[in-house]
Design a protein around this ligand. Structure first.
Ligand code: SAH
Length: 396
């Protein structure tokens, strides 16, 4: 293969920067209670603050159950604003909304809220940038700026839940039902913070967002020890593995972490996860024209997955600026799907929500946008129109 763009090194250790200010969402409940006691307040104020935070209340004046004289002090001490919206971009009649957030140190991340008739999904970022260096991914090409704190990750989901509850998205007030870690970053390279985030997403209100475990999807390039750790935690969240190639030779190039953990090891770890949860994991596969979309690779993938508790989610490549690569043409996509299904592997093609605002998978590259470079509208095939496959954009 001679079409790889910039070859970047794999980066696991995030650069250390100044920490974001202390936030309630980074603390355990006991720590939060101790923190308010230190401020001379009764411990239960921590619970009141938590209720406001997870309900998306940010204005201290609305926290009328707190004494007026201490609202400002308490919110400054435990609910500092960590995510400043720089801009929203909408698509699909407003039902897809991408938000660019500025963090305390100027780092930028994006999240994308997608409303469907039956659910609302937010795609959140776990790192500013990404160190995994996948050559077809805009974020991967931007390198790793830093890990996000738990409160910075949780805040994206809380903001999405509030946007739904407040009726900011067309369709009337609704509920955030799903979270996918498919924004910027490799969630399993920021394990401790992502673990804390999972707790906050799954804990019932008022101490969390109360999402169902299966409605939360952790997507990974295949950090095998972290998949194993997640398995031991006993969480029944949904696991997605970004495979993109069935053979080590090609995967070494498309997903450079493969040089460390091979296809067999990654699938072995995912199998163990599925055995523990009793549910299928998802294989993400971006179809790239003439790179990984050949019929023989479909057959290889089918053979690899036929006896596994896996489901394939094909994503027609969203071309990133400067990339020589393109999405597979529709006939190749159809052939690929047919071969996987013939092998007995459940297969869907993902829709392309948000591609016209660069909000689709692999297009999040906030760094470009502050420099004043306008986002590029990339035409992508509307697979759900052309292929009668029951397109879906994330796993339920
Ligand atoms: N680091 C994690 C999560 C972020 S990316 C992971 O890799 O799984 C979410 C998904 O989008 C991954 O499956 C990723 O491989 C895919 N993706 C990245 N760039 C893409 C692109 N240009 N077109 C289509 N999918 C892409």
């Amino acid at each position: 293969m001679d079409t790889v763009m910039t070859v970047l090194p794999l980066v696991f250790e995030a650069p250390r920067r100044t920490k974001p200010p202390r936030h309630l969402a980074d603390l355990t409940r006991a720590e939060a209670r101790a923190a308010v006691v230190e401020l001379g307040q009764p411990a239960f104020r921590a619970d009141q603050l938590a209720r406001h935070f997870y309900a998306g209340v940010t204005d201290p004046e609305q926290m009328t159950d707190l004494p007026a004289a201490s609202r400002a002090e308490l919110t400054e001490a435990l609910l500092p604003g960590l995510l400043t919206p720089v801009r929203h971009q909408s698509a699909d009649g407003g039902r897809t909304r991408k938000t660019l957030w500025r963090l305390h140190d100027g780092a930028l991340v994006e999240s994308v809220l997608m409303r469907y008739p039956e659910r609302a999904t937010v795609c959140i970022s776990s790192q500013a940038g990404c160190g995994m260096a996948c050559p077809f991914c805009a974020t991967g090409q931007s390198g790793l700026t830093r890990n996000l704190s738990a409160a910075e990750i949780i805040g994206q989901a809380v903001a999405a839940a509030a946007a739904m509850a407040n009726g900011e998205i067309p369709g009337g007030p609704g509920r955030l039902s799903n979270v996918v870690f498919m924004g910027m970053g490799e969630p399993l390279a920021n394990y401790a913070r992502v673990r804390k985030t999972l707790d906050a997403l799954l804990t019932p209100a008022p101490h969390g967002l109360g999402l169902a475990q299966r409605s939360v999807t952790v997507s990974t390039v295949g950090v095998v020890p972290a998949i194993r750790k997640l398995t031991e935690e006993g969480l029944n969240v949904t696991l997605a593995v970004s495979l993109h190639a069935p053979d080590d030779e090609l995967r070494d190039e498309l997903v450079p972490i493969n040089t460390r953990w091979k296809v067999d090891e990654v699938l072995g770890a995912a199998d163990d996860f599925a055995r523990r949860t009793g549910r299928r994991y998802s294989i993400e596969y971006a179809l790239i024209r003439d790179i990984n979309d050949q019929p023989f690779r479909a057959d290889l993938l089918g053979k690899l997955l036929a006896k596994r508790l896996a489901h394939v989610n094909l994503i027609p490549l969203n071309p990133t600026p400067g990339s020589k690569w393109d999405a597979s043409p529709l006939p190749a996509q159809r052939e690929f799907v047919a071969r996987l299904r013939a092998a007995g592997v459940p297969t869907t093609v993902r829709d392309t929500r948000g591609s016209d605002i660069d909000g689709a998978c692999g297009q999040l590259a906030a760094a470009d946008q502050v420099d004043g470079v306008p986002s590029v509208a990339v035409p992508v095939p509307t697979v759900e129109d052309a292929v009668p496959l029951g397109a879906e954009s994330d796993q339920d």
